[in-house]
Design a protein around this ligand. Sequence first.
Ligand code: BEZ
Ligand code: FE
Length: 289
Amino acid sequence: MIDIDERSITRAVLKAQAGTGNARLKEVMDSLVRHLHDFAREVQLTEAEWSLGIDFLTRVGKITDDKRQEFILLSDVLGLSTLVTAQSHRRPAGCTEATVFGPFFVSGAPEIENGGDIANGACGEPCFVRGSVRGLGGEPIAGASIDVWQSDDEGCYDVQRADLDHAQGRGRLRSLADGSYHFRSIVAVPYSIPHDGPVGQLLQHTGRHPWRPAHLHFMIQAPGYETLITHVFRSGGEYLESDAVFGVRSTLIADWPRHEAGVAADGTPMATPYHSLTYDFVLNPVAPR
Ligand code: BEZ
Ligand code: FE
């Protein structure tokens, strides 16, 4: 095809990639090209703007390494992560909702017994967390693997602290025979997502803040059930209505009451004030094949 113009360029690219062998790849690439070209036509993208866009993506790539994933952050702030998560986990009513994974999960977190402390030295007011893991039919799920991770009271995950050589604020436990679980940690606080790079500049230029409401991350896995990746948010806290990465679901908001010094529900004597959180998870059975 020659004499390509601003309209026929779309057809030319679709024709050029018509031989894509993988049907799904063809569907995705054809749609991507159509939408990309329509976008450029709709906003009448200028050469200067296109060049700025290339420079932005280049900086996103350059700041990304094995500790920092700016592309995921970009996807998060654009709402793409939430969209893909939501359309990939259309669960029946009654199941716990999924939300964004975020960049701070680490596989192989320290294993703890029920009642153990995942804070492992992280600073913050103590928090006792308990609840259950059940299937949609109400059946208790014993032995479910429960990964938990959170930031400290300065809003930092352990992996963001260069001075730390061990896990803090993360751990893995298993639900007991009756499906219950309980562990100790510190209370979660709001924190800002990394905003010293190109994604932070994008937020600034679009009049947005980088804050996330206080939350605790969970990943729960059990044979015969869909893996659940979610958070539990702290009711009444800041940024629930304006989470920078659009992760909040009202069903995931729970009370984390603060108690004066005394004896915690698991019998631990507490000399200082502490918090408690109770949250029950409901997993979706995997459809029989
Ligand atoms: C998080 O909750 O850990 C998170 C999620 C998305 C972007 C940045 C952080
Ligand atoms: Fe988080």
